[in-house]
Design a protein around this ligand. Structure first.
Ligand code: PA5
Length: 447
């Protein structure tokens, strides 16, 4: 299957005995996950999701994507956190930077852009200007149906859509992905007659990329979602293994906990492929929200090499020793290019003539890894076969499983995010939302 966890870069820091000592804890956490007996067990729907997705649901997603493609140049995905990061990561990994890869494979696919993941008026205005000149549809995504950022952006963009096409046609250009019953978005969608997709109740936002939350935008972008699911299904099968020595997701989780207990408080997810930059953003949400609670947790960070070797590289090599790295190593690039001949050798690069750029990239990776290990930074490598759909699906499930295991090993509920509410309460109070009057008075006194 081509997916492999390579732990040679942690041998200086973690012994095999230390890993074996984690076995009873891993066994207990495996039971909590598979018997659904741990904290947050109501949100384990993602565990069997790849194998449980119905063919009829996939067909409905494809049909809706076809309709969107038939009438739009642009699909605006309105959502925040788990309601957009997975789709963005997939689209950036699997389609071309310059808009030329997906369209070659899948005919002309609409461009997918994102909104509602910030509260920038400048962003919204500039997007609106683009949309005024384009044929567009909106996929508004919110599990709770009440999140402020997407709700505000949706109100503005819906207004634009209605002004452009009239109320009735606008309604046919809006797809809402939300809970089956709860939340304002569900109410709005039902009363306006929008096409809707359901986010299963037992799948939390950051674990929802393999539901219509991620699959519909991916499909619109020309991505083969059957292959995404195939990769995730393979991971579901292989990573259901209980034995720590035979389950790479569990081994990764166990090792990061050992490193954390040795004072490595920050994990850098690194890749040498700019197409994986947004995977880093998705992964940060998954691990950050799942583990960072009760005064505990590894701080998840990410970097894109070799770009960031020229900014963060100095710190990683010689700064405070609290870091470890997990490197996503794409085994085969989607395309390769060789260094061409250039008579005169004025740039001194003749020694690389005919060498493939990906070979140079791999040597950068190996050289960096050895330097960082020598500098006291443990390194794990996750080999990924390629920048393809199967690899994406596998990787998503791998990290979901590893994250659940890791959080249970840490002793926290992987599936809640109580801390996220704090800023929302303050924001509502400051904005004068009804019901927040007392908090408002307290806060105004502090500002
Ligand atoms: O993981 C989570 O549940 C959250 O980060 C959500 O994805 C995020 O807050 C968006 O929530 P919603 O989809 O309800 O708008």
């Amino acid at each position: 299957i081509g997916f492999k966890l390579d732990c040679r870069g942690i041998e200086k820091f973690v012994t095999e005995d230390e890993v074996r000592c984690m076995e009873p804890f891993v066994n207990a956490a495996h039971e909590m996950i598979h018997e659904k007996s741990g904290p947050g067990a109501d949100f384990l729907g993602w565990l069997e999701l790849p194998g449980a997705i119905k063919a009829s649901e996939i067909e409905e997603i494809k049909e809706t994507a076809r309709q969107i493609s038939g009438k739009c140049d642009i699909l605006v995905v309105v959502g925040i956190g788990g309601s957009y990061l997975g789709a963005k990561a997939a689209i950036e990994m699997l389609t071309g930077y310059f808009g030329n890869f997906a369209s070659k494979r899948a005919g002309k696919s609409p461009r997918v852009v994102f909104a509602g993941n910030n509260i920038s008026s400048t962003y919204l205005k500039e997007l609106s200007e683009l949309l005024e000149e384009s044929d567009f549809c909106i996929n508004v995504i919110s599990k709770s149906g009440t999140t402020t950022e997407p709700a505000v952006a949706f109100r503005v963009l819906k207004g634009l859509l209605e002004k452009k096409y009239g109320k009735e046609e606008a309604a046919s250009r809006i797809i809402a992905t939300t809970d089956s019953e709860k939340g304002s978005l569900r109410k709005l969608a039902d009363s306006s007659g929008y096409k809707t997709f359901v986010i299963p109740e037992d799948v939390g936002g950051r674990y929802s990329v393999l539901t219509p939350v991620g699959l519909l935008p991916m499909c619109v972008a020309g991505i083969d979602i059957d292959k995404v699911i195939e990769g995730a299904r393979k991971a579901q099968e292989l990573l259901s293994e209980k034995e720590l020595s035979r389950n790479d997701a569990y081994r990764y989780a166990a090792i990061r906990n050992i490193l954390y207990n040795k004072g490595m408080l920050v994990e850098l997810l690194v890749s040498y492929e700019p197409h994986l930059t947004s995977i880093g953003e998705w992964w940060k949400q998954l691990f950050g929200e799942s583990e960072g609670k009760d005064g505990k947790g590894i701080y998840p960070s990410s970097a894109s090499f070799s770009t960031d070797l020229h900014s963060l590289g100095q710190y990683i090599q010689q700064g405070r020793r609290m870091l470890f790295e997990t490197v996503l190593n794409v085994k085969s690039p989607r395309h390769d290019v060789s260094v061409v001949a250039d008579p005169g050798n004025l740039d001194g690069l003749d020694y690389l003539e005919g060498v493939e750029i990906d070979y140079i990239n791999k040597k950068a990776m190996e050289g960096t890894m050895l330097a960082h290990i020598d500098g006291g930074v443990p390194n794990m490598i996750i080999d990924i076969p390629g920048l393809d759909e199967y690899s994406f699906g596998y990787m998503v499930y791998f990290f979901e499983k590893a994250c659940a295991m890791s959080a249970y090993l840490l002793g926290v509920n992987p599936f809640d995010q109580p801390g996220v509410e704090e800023y929302k309460r303050n924001m509502f109070a400051l904005l004068g939302k009804p019901g927040h009057e007392e908090q408002r008075q307290k806060m105004l006194g502090r500002l």
